[in-house]
Write a protein that binds this ligand. Structure first.
Ligand SMILES: Nc1nc2c(ncn2[C@@H]2O[C@H](COP(=O)(O)OP(=O)(O)O)[C@@H](O)[C@H]2O)c(=O)[nH]1
Ligand SMILES: [Mg+2]
Length: 311
């Protein structure tokens, strides 16, 4: 499929471009550091540690990698920047592969995705992009506006729903999000909907309220439809680096997360956070986002990501 391949290449080059700040931050430094060196000195390891921490790769990954490098250097398996990058690549791929788990939508039953995350991370946009993908695959779906806090949030989802011609379940601003979701489940059943994607609020300054609200939505869903929500998808903004990791921990502790979508990988210097989140959370990364447009979302593929980061 020439067309599909073209899109793949296009996405890859844009992902690569998006990660170029991260790459410049460390790959280039690594090249400069080790080029011309016969033996990797202690200073190099120290510099490397700093570079990796700055790229938000995290202390665990950094420590393990440096230990492995020292070990290989001792056995003289490591004598060039290429060799060093290969070890880095291997280690990254091993970690990321564990999180490469697509989210299958079973046919003939209602599958529900509850999308959560802090305001501004890209929840509504990601929902629009996801919905568009599933719609193109011929999956009958419905959008649910359970971020009832701001009128603009409902309108934003409404625009997506018109654009991709998928029904939207909404109530007026300020109504109880759980009531919206309750309605939606019953409506989805009546219409034989296969997939329901729920947008939720993310105002963090009222953390306790927010978590209580999300817990209540989950409870109502599980009561009305056993097994629901089938996916609790956390949207994280990659440009926020370690904040994204703290958010992942918080949401997972409070409500339990089954998948992650990482947005804004276009133009971040903190792309290493993906590795850290994968290593520390061990939660499947379903999607990555590299822009605001419809086709700027893609299934997470570990090999593609590592190549885009290190090549
Ligand atoms: N550059 C870029 N912007 C994004 C991406 N995903 C979302 N956005 C933008 O981030 C902003 C917040 O997105 P929104 O979906 O409203 O976030 P929400 O508050 O979590 O629902 C909007 O301007 C989006 O267009 C992405 O992958 N890349
Ligand atoms: Mg929103």
């Amino acid at each position: 499929m020439a067309n599909g391949t073209g899109r793949d290449e296009d996405f890859f080059s844009r992902l690569k471009e998006g990660l170029s700040k991260t790459r410049k931050g460390f790959v280039k430094n690594i090249d400069e550091m080790v080029s011309g060196e016969k033996i990797i000195s202690k200073d190099v390891y120290e510099d490397l540690e700093e570079i990796m921490i700055t790229a938000d790769l995290g202390p665990q990954f950094t420590y393990d990698l440096i230990e492995e490098m020292k070990d290989r250097a001792k056995r003289k398996y490591l004598d060039s920047p290429e060799a060093l990058k290969n070890i880095m690549k291997e280690n990254m791929e091993n970690i990321l592969r564990e999180c490469e788990k697509p989210m299958p939508i079973p046919k003939g039953e209602l599958f529900t995705i509850m999308v959560v995350g802090v305001n501004g991370t890209g929840k509504t946009t990601t929902i629009g992009k996801m919905a568009s993908r599933y719609k193109n695959k011929g999956i009958p779906l419905m959008l649910v506006a359970a971020d009832t806090f701001r009128a603009a949030a409902i309108e934003q989802l409404e625009i997506w729903s018109r654009r991709i011609e998928a029904p939207l379940i909404k109530q007026k601003m300020g109504s109880d999000p759980s009531a919206v979701v309750y309605d939606a489940i019953h409506s989805a059943r009546a219409r034989n909907t296969n997939l329901m994607i729920i947008d939720t609020a993310g105002r963090l300054h009222t953390k306790v309220n927010l978590m209580d609200e999300l817990k209540k939505i989950k409870r109502i869903m599980g009561r009305e439809l056993p097994g629901a929500p089938h996916e609790t998808l956390l949207v994280l903004d990659a440009t926020t680096g370690q904040n994204a990791l703290s958010q992942a921990k918080m949401f997972n502790d409070e409500i339990g997360i089954t998948g992650i979508a990482l947005t804004k990988l276009d133009g971040t210097a903190k792309g290493g956070i993906v590795v850290r989140i994968a290593q520390e959370m061990k939660i499947p990364i379903r999607y990555i986002g590299i822009g605001e447009k419809l086709d700027d979302l893609r299934r997470f593929r570990s090999e593609e990501f590592v190549n885009a980061l290190l090549e």
